[in-house]
Write a protein that binds this ligand. Sequence first.
Ligand SMILES: O=C[C@H](O)COP(=O)(O)O
Length: 320
Amino acid sequence: MAEIDRNPGIPLDLSWVSSVSVNLPSVKRRAETLTTRRTVKKHWQAAWLLRAVTCIDLTTLSGDDTDGNVERLCHKAANPVRTDLLDGLGMTEAGITCGAVCVYPARVPAAVRTLKRLGVQVPVAAVATGFPSGQYRFKTRCEEISLAVADGAMEIDIVINREMALTGNWQGLYDEVKAMRAACGPAHMKAILAVGDLGSMTTVARASLVAMMAGADFIKTSTGKEGVNATLPVGLVMCRAIREYQQHTGIKVGFKPAGGIRTAKDALAWLILMKEELGDAWLNNHMFRIGASGLLADIERQLFHYVYGRYAAGSELPMA
Ligand SMILES: O=C[C@H](O)COP(=O)(O)O
């Protein structure tokens, strides 16, 4: 993401924040029609799926992560699609990689080392600030950011303080996110709202705005650990907040749905949402990421089908 502009943020505008409200039935209706009114034509699907691959933050966030499995993840992020499939699609020279590798702070050194050894420009994203709950002291949450940046993370996925959003303490939330943004230094910051914890779509829309006002370069739906994670209706509300922020400030903020996105069909639905609500400027990995631990396997299976006309046996796509 190095070459794109950052979001410098703006002063907190409380009257704008409190003026926001969401009409839930109309959001649901719109989300339902998104994938029925518009589909991706068969002969474009492989191209869209390859685009989705380049937008994946290939993720492992498990208690039993080791340097070994993080190294394997980095190899996969550097070469996400088998060479024969790329040959079959005429994309051998396209240099397709995932958007980033996303890991816990303790795994950043292994990820940075491995990607450097592989010689690919895939950034390492670290979750930080007491991910996933954020229930830690402010000082240690900020220190986690600085340590991950010092270890070479170029992107930081912070979690917001849910209590502040739930109680409408927008000034407190703004101050925290702004301080986190300062701790990120040159690293790009994605603000995870943990939408499944926020109780209402209006709170999601207001928290989206406050995070952007405080300087978030991306807003992200979920940690993947809440009961409800990325859904199209919530994505729609967040994309509209991004659009409103751009209309008022001229600043483009990126979007990252994450949590439970597992199928090629899901990936296409999220791309359609981006195209319909934000336009082509968001159809790239500078402005759009999909946080996922298990999505790539299904995309590779669909690409195999596209190239060979049949689905692969498990043994034919072992890396997936
Ligand atoms: O930030 C990424 C999420 O933790 C990934 O969630 P997932 O494991 O459900 O794909």
